[in-house]
Design a protein around this ligand. Structure first.
Ligand code: 1HN
Length: 348
């Protein structure tokens, strides 16, 4: 039987701890349980951010400051468990970004990798390493680490997307660098669609190395093509009782996740489908693209509709029910966890 006294260490032990503290030493036996828990106990909370509410506030921000003043005009998703932490989950940064007609979000680069999941594309552009891609709803756009990138809109409609960055992992390693370009907008060194043509046709050159190292050379996974693939699978295969119909985005050069630290996939749940319960060690962010989901996660439950963003922390039991035919995008730190061989999941 455990006889630990809740009141804390004895006088003698405490005196000893006080004696060693000035030497910058501490007793492991007082900290061990917290350092090596039996299983993950996330500090973060499942939560939903409503698209309509966030969009209206983002448009208010649009009237308060320009994209140029802001550098990036974003409302950050703050997990309710850590206000001011700029975290949607333990490792991921996420926010909703607005580019107004005629604006440019100036070129910069950093060691964090970024993804954009487009909600209102309106043919705005993002340019990565000298190549533009045009944005449409549902497109999954990637900025590889240390690649120059700028965004803009040349027609009269706003552009809104969800950002996801691995910057907390980069900062944890104390490996964050960034640089501003002298050119607000990158020179266009390649035609729109060139990367897709070169790398997105199930072909690769013999000797050309990957242009972005461990990151996919496809930097816009167009929703139209991803959705078609998903629906083809849904039409002919049986549904996974925990995952629904789900397809991973892949790096065509190695078959792995598209980014070194971030995994991403697309899910379809037919109306009425109710998943079985699952928990996994990656902290996930869901962006609803179509339909409606009822989510139960830990002691929270909520409904998420189109454009809503959901945070699901590590190791929380969850299940979902599609109240309408649903399609949603998920990103997480699973790519990093698999490389470190620490990813786990459990199903029931
Ligand atoms: C960033 O570079 C972008 O390029 C968006 O659009 C959000 C948040 C933190 C750090 C860099 C972007 C960002 C960011």
């Amino acid at each position: 039987m455990q006889t630990t006294i809740a009141a804390g260490p004895s006088k003698e032990r405490q005196a000893f701890y006080d004696k060693i503290a000035p030497k910058h030493l501490s007793p492991l036996w007082e900290a061990l349980k917290g350092l090596v828990p039996v299983e993950p106990r996330s500090k973060f909370t499942p939560h939903v951010w409503r698209f309509d509410e966030c969009r209206a506030l983002l448009m208010e921000a649009g009237a308060l400051l320009t994209a140029e003043e802001a550098e990036r005009r974003v409302l950050v998703f703050e997990n309710p468990s850590m206000p001011g932490g700029s975290r949607i989950t333990a490792t991921m940064y996420s926010g909703m970004q607005l580019i107004l007609p005629g604006e440019i979000a100036a070129a910069h680069r950093h060691t964090a990798s970024a993804l954009r999941l487009v909600l209102e594309g309106n043919m705005g552009y993002t340019a990565v390493a000298g190549e533009r891609t045009l944005m449409e709803r549902g497109d999954f756009v990637i900025t590889p680490n240390w690649a120059w990138h700028d965004h803009g809109q040349e027609n009269d409609k706003p552009v809104i997307w969800i950002d996801g960055l691995d910057l907390h992992i980069i900062n944890f390693f104390e490996t964050a660098f960034s640089e501003h370009s002298n050119d607000k907008m990158q020179l266009q060194a390649r035609q729109i669609g060139e990367s897709q043509a070169r790398w997105g046709s199930n072909m690769r050159p013999f000797n050309t190395p990957s242009p972005f190292g461990a990151t996919t050379p496809i930097f816009n996974y167009k929703y139209k093509a991803s959705r078609e693939a998903l629906m083809a699978v849904a039409a002919s295969e049986s549904i996974d009782p925990h995952l629904g119909y789900a397809l991973r985005y892949v790096n065509p050069l190695d078959g792995g996740w598209p980014m070194p630290l971030i995994a991403a996939w697309l899910t379809h749940l037919p109306k009425g489908f109710e998943s079985r319960e699952l928990r996994c060690t990656d902290g996930q962010t869901i962006v609803m693209l179509e339909g409606e989901l009822h989510v139960e996660a830990g002691d929270k439950s909520f409904t998420a509709g189109e454009g809503d963003v959901v945070a699901l922390p590590s190791w929380v039991w969850r299940k979902v029910r599609a109240s309408k035919d649903a399609v949603f995008f998920t990103f997480s730190d699973r790519s990093a966890q698999e490389k470190l061989a620490i990813y786990r999941e459990e199903r029931r």
